[in-house]
Design a protein around this ligand. Structure first.
Ligand SMILES: [Zn+2]
Length: 465
């Protein structure tokens, strides 16, 4: 039997992760992500899928992030008929994220329709809610660490990757006619010694390894997040204002809540209310409560003791309650989405608070080039919101060290636990990061065969096994 891989995304880029394994006559897709960011990449979402979707026998997902899962509704629309395997928490998160992704697609098509610059009339979304619901119906949620039958001769085990709720490293055991082989996908790896998630699980052996390289050329400055946050909150309150934090609904918001719980409990900041103004962040926070064994915050705690039920936390779901926050003048923290200020409720907070010189806007995550968040962070004097140029008069702050991705040292530490794989592919990283990591794997760990694949490139992994 022969085994091949084809890279349909996540090659020399951090988005669009899709790796097609051809195992004998079977086709297995690992991850099914959307391309994001640069237009040249995003156009790939709209191009004809490089292989016939009806010929794919199964999909396995490492985690729920849209750059790993967001193409699912489209591939289903194109004829993929299931099944889709993932961890239990990933399935629960996808329920929130794919519906949200479909809503965004439909809104974008509507917007283009109103602007009148579409080739289609009316413009078509990449997928809609019906497609998303169909994909959700194909999910098969499996527990960590159990050996799962994907095909008769292929089994999979999911290990905790410590990256986001439900994230996994997936190990495939492939039984050939004469030999058994192990193929491992790192998925996105989390950081070590973090408050919310476990360390990435160690893997001891792989014949072929696919390793992510998002921060393959960077060591995140391990910074005193609590101390930095405390200083910013106190300065803002002394200045008679509120602190506004744009944050991703999944992961980042919950990590911030952990830090605010600590700061308030230790009285490192004055007693104050923390407003969580994002329905998606609230739904995700509830999932953390429903999956207490999948993160550290659940360990040794009764469900009713969850830090997320802390009395200082105010969850605002309705639009009216969201708008009422605009009346709060001082001594409050407001967390809202989207994390890069590209849409969502954060917009009306920015509209109201950017001109208030007593307030502080705090960036707690990476702001990609071209986004509104990046422009404000880079010092633009105004920001265009709801068609108006809004002056940026509030204070702008940034803190680092909250990343959900392993840095260079952590990637190397994880890799050092694996007996040198015969073949390794460095994926999910820009070229500079992937190159740097691949050099280190060769030089320091003496891995014999490390490759950085190109988009749509194919490789033979095993022949005649
Ligand atoms: Zn991820």
């Amino acid at each position: 039997m022969d085994v091949r891989v084809k890279f349909l995304g996540g090659a020399k880029s951090v988005t669009g992760s899709k790796y097609l394994l051809e195992i004998g006559y079977k086709k297995l897709l690992v991850d099914c992500g959307l391309f994001q960011g640069l237009k040249e990449l995003r156009l790939r979402n709209w191009a004809e899928f490089p292989i016939d979707a009806t010929t794919i026998d199964a999909i396995v997902l490492t985690h729920a992030h849209i750059d790993h899962s967001g193409y699912l509704p489209r591939i289903v629309k194109d004829g993929f008929a299931g099944p889709i395997y993932c961890t239990e928490a990933t399935a629960a998160l996808l329920e929130i994220m794919l519906k949200d992704a479909a809503k965004l697609q439909e809104e974008e098509a509507d917007y283009i329709d109103k602007k009148g610059y579409s080739k289609h009339s009316p413009p078509l979304p990449l997928f809609d809610l019906v497609d998303a619901e169909k994909a959700l119906g194909m999910l098969i949620a499996v527990p960590y660490l159990e050996l799962i039958d994907i095909f008769e001769n292929v089994k999979a085990t999911f290990f905790d990757a410590g990256h986001i709720l439900g994230s996994s490293i997936v190990s495939f055991s492939i039984q050939g006619d004469t030999q058994q082989k192990k193929v491992v996908f790192s998925g996105d790896l989390g950081r070590y010694n973090q408050p919310v998630h476990q360390d990435p699980s160690p893997i001891d052996q792989a014949d072929v390894l696919f390793i992510e390289s998002t921060y393959g050329d960077r060591d995140n400055l391990a910074s005193d997040v609590e101390g930095q946050l405390a200083t910013i909150v106190k300065d803002t309150f002394n200045n008679g204002g509120c602190l506004l934090i744009p944050a991703f609904a999944v992961g980042r918001t919950q990590l911030l809540l952990y830090y605010f719980f600590q700061l308030l409990e230790k009285k490192m900041i004055p007693a104050c209310e923390i407003y969580i103004d994002s329905p998606m962040a609230i739904s995700t926070t509830n999932l953390f409560k429903a999956h207490p064994n999948d993160h550290k915050l659940g360990i040794g705690r009764e469900a009713e003791d969850s830090i997320f039920d802390y009395p200082h936390f105010r969850y605002y779901r309705s639009q009216e309650s969201s708008i009422s926050i605009n009346n709060i003048q001082k001594n409050a923290v407001i967390i809202s989405a989207s994390g890069m200020c590209t849409g969502g409720r954060i917009l009306h907070h920015l509209y109201n608070r950017l001109p208030r010189k007593n307030d502080t806007l705090l960036f707690a995550g990476y702001q990609a080039e071209g986004t509104r968040g990046r422009k404000i962070q880079d010092g633009d004097a105004t920001s265009r919101i709801y068609g108006e140029e809004i002056p940026v008069l509030c204070k702008i702050e940034s803190i680092h060290g909250l990343s959900a991705h392993a840095d260079r040292q952590e990637l190397m530490h994880w890799a050092s636990q694996i007996e040198a794989p015969k073949m390794a592919f460095v994926v999910h990283g820009e070229l500079a990061s992937a190159t740097h990591l691949s050099e280190k794997l060769k030089e320091e760990l003496h891995w014999p065969n490390v490759m950085i694949p190109n988009y749509l490139e194919s490789f033979e992994l095993f022949s005649g096994i």
